[in-house]
Design a protein around this ligand. Sequence first.
Ligand code: SF4
Ligand code: SF4
Length: 334
Amino acid sequence: MEAQYYSVLEGGKVHCRLCPHSCKLGDGKAGICRIRRNIGGKLIAEGYETYSAISFDPIEKKPLYHFYPGTEILSVGGLGCNMRCKWCQNCEISQSGVETRVNKKQMTARQLLQLAGSRNKNIGIAYTYNEPTIAFESNIQVARLFRKEGYKNVLVSNGYLSEIPLNEYLKYIDAVNLDIKAFNPITHLQFTGARLEPVLKNAVKIFKAGIHLELTYLVVSSVNDDETEFRDFIKWMVKELGNETPLHISRYFPRHEFNVEATNPATLKSFVKIAQEYLDYIYLGNYISQEYEHTICAECKELIIEREGYHVRVSPLSGDGNCNNCGQKVFVAD
Ligand code: SF4
Ligand code: SF4
């Protein structure tokens, strides 16, 4: 499948503009993402309709805690990524292209739609696991079809995407979980290979477009666990995304090329305390804690959603997303 968002340069090179890496590729070369390649002077989307993982997940696993809580969502992952996080939990798929990955499956948009209809708790489709935005051509086709059929489209992303393709995604996407890998531009570049500024800009754009947004901050020992830096991040969140945008503070475990010890629970808790000074909804991920997994109305402190792992109980009186006690909007529901 010929890719979109590229131009042809002199000498048979192509220039991909899907993400801010802006790769210029000679014949036969793939971009940083590994799944867009110059073949004979054309940019080919090698990941087209190619999936490395397909499953039904609780929506809470994305994580999205304020978007149709207690439902499940068909979750699909492809191959490749335009970042190089040294601790990537999904490195088998994110750091592989189509030629190196043996286990993969071709699925058309129609086949995914049929699969989506096989479970009655399913609300739609989540593009997740590796970095999904780089599989632009298949995802847009799937997203258009799912939207037309009344399903929700969810993007779980590192946010490293150029402006025009992001605009196209935002026509069909209903909710986004965006990862902020670090709030220090140097750290972000050093540990992911990508710049921070486009990610922050995209978070603001998604928020301003009125799309449901939750952020995830994985606290990695010795990388992004500086309290002052984290506080600056939270202040930025409040200023740009308001105090009601949910934040998932997540625990890092050693993986891939990174083996410093797992995040100390005390650090996680102190980060939660900092976030609580400014934000209404903060959760702890990858760490079992009854204290930081429930949803409490920010206005009147009524318990709205109880969670125990992926077991979710939504207060029946607040099932429309509004607090039954004070009327405050807490989560998205029909
Ligand atoms: S999508 Fe891939 S090929 Fe295109 S600019 Fe980004 S990393 Fe490079
Ligand atoms: S952005 Fe996500 S998928 Fe890509 S390398 Fe980082 S953690 Fe892995």
